[in-house]
Design a protein around this ligand. Structure first.
Ligand code: AMP
Ligand code: GLY
Length: 421
């Protein structure tokens, strides 16, 4: 198949890598891709969705896969569909599940899907009144997309009120904070679950755990994610069934009723409280780095899953996963997540060890290519992935691979998957 992948992260790298591994004949294009995606396909650079759709038509693209949320929220799927192209991802209307937390929370409430008690408001008085009715900590969220920074866990009532005031005045997040959610704090353990959906049916992938904080022992600031592992032993069949019946099924049914059938990846942030899954948030795309560990666990065809999902035919296929575990360790640049970093050349040791060769690989994100040399270019640079029969084995292998990747200022956590060990 000729496949176009939108995005430039390790998430998109890992999708392309899985597709190439299943059949070298697949021809991949990346828009825009990164300094390593040329290993898998051809990078193109056409930003306008209409022009990109025309390019895709002219070049016989049979399937487009969208990685990040921004083009989804901006409606790339609607544009491609208006050109009769096959594209995997939610419409602009369905992407509001991620684009607006107010929309998401009201949707959850309307369809009785478990979520934290909340109010949504643009009134400071109302927000303060609800804040007073809650015990601490208190969660305050800006409505719109804030690059993962729009959630404040306030330890005191005063702190919550400051967060509300700063959001509503536009001071902290501009227009994205013009409406806020104030909600009760849920005390439990957090999971990420991913359902590949075609509007009617879905396939639930193995549950993963992300590591959002920058430093070991969950210290330091929040990041996009510093590592992940799957499947997590914290989930049993009973919990999977609860998530399917109480969250995913009613979400797909509800979105159909809202005239926004959900096609694409439904990423469910879940807090498990006393054995019950509660929806923290939805995203409308794969998690990054969760995708990087889920792709290598798939033993059935990845491209076929995306194609069937994009053409409302998921019921026709059976998706299969290996019995192994995967652990992904992110390597980030020196100044991540605070700011940009000077480009640093990446030196990769030759891999001689059979175990490393066979059970590990690298998915690339923030890298550039100059004179055939790979440079760490800021942000999250790459993910070292290890596979194994146990989480420990997968983790040890991932870290073995980390030891073979060098660049000035490289930053990584040393405790990925600690929750499971
Ligand atoms: P969100 O973007 O809504 O997922 O929030 C980001 C992070 O804040 C989540 O991954 C949780 O760790 C935390 N969080 C959000 N809402 C709550 C809540 N109601 N109770 C506890 N933690 C929360
Ligand atoms: N790793 C979490 C995310 O992609 O939002």
């Amino acid at each position: 198949m000729k496949i176009l992948i939108l995005g430039n992260g390790a998430r998109e790298f890992s999708i392309g890598r899985a597709i190439k591994n299943e059949a070298k004949e697949h021809e991949l294009f990346y828009m825009p891709g990164n300094g390593a995606t040329h290993q898998l396909g051809t990078n193109i650079n056409i930003k306008d969705f209409n022009e990109l759709a025309l390019w895709a038509k002219k070049n016989g693209i049979e399937l487009t896969i969208v990685g990040p949320e921004a083009p989804l929220v901006e409606g790339v799927v609607d544009v491609f569909k208006s050109h009769s192209l096959t594209i995997f991802g939610p419409s602009k209307a369905a992407a509001r599940l991620e684009g607006s937390k107010v929309y998401m929370k009201n949707f959850l409430a309307k369809y009785n899907i478990p979520t934290a008690r909340y109010i949504e408001t643009d009134s400071i008085e109302e927000a303060f009144k609800f804040t007073n009715s809650l015990s601490t900590p208190i969660v305050v969220k800006a409505d719109g997309l804030c690059g993962g920074k729009g959630v404040i866990i306030a330890q005191t009532h005063d702190e919550a009120k400051v967060a509300v005031s700063e959001m509503l005045s536009g001071k902290s997040f501009g227009d994205a904070g013009k409406k806020v959610i104030v909600e009760e704090f849920l005390d439990g353990y957090e999971l990420s679950m991913f359902a590949v959906c075609d509007g009617d049916d879905f396939i639930l992938l193995p549950a993963a755990q992300d590591h959002k904080r920058l430093m070991d022992n969950d210290q330091g600031p929040n990041t996009g994610g510093m590592g992940a592992y799957a499947p997590t032993p914290l989930v049993d069949d009973v919990l999977y069934e609860k998530v399917k019946e109480r969250i995913i099924r009613p979400t797909l049914d509800g979105m159909k009723k809202e005239n926004a059938p959900f096609e694409g990846v439904l990423f469910i942030g879940i807090m498990v409280v006393k054995g019950e899954p509660i929806t923290l948030e939805f995203n409308v795309r794969f998690g990054d780095p969760e995708c990087e560990i889920l792709m290598p666990l798939m033993t059935s065809s990845v491209s076929d899953m995306f194609l069937k999902a994009a053409t409302n035919r998921l019921a026709e296929i059976k998706v299969e996963f290996s019995k192994q575990y995967a652990v992904g360790v992110v390597m980030a640049s020196e100044n991540y997540p605070y700011g940009s970093s000077k480009p640093a050349e990446i030196i990769l040791d030759d891999v001689h060890h059979e175990e490393i060769e066979k059970y590990t690989h690298v998915s690339y994100a923030g890298v550039s290519l100059q004179d055939d040399k790979l440079y760490a270019d800021g942000g999250r640079v790459l993910v070292c992935v290890g596979l194994g029969d146990t989480i420990k084995q997968a983790r040890d292998r991932a870290y073995m691979r980390c030891g073979q990747v060098h660049f000035a200022g490289k930053k990584l956590r040393t405790d990925i998957a600690y929750q499971a060990l």
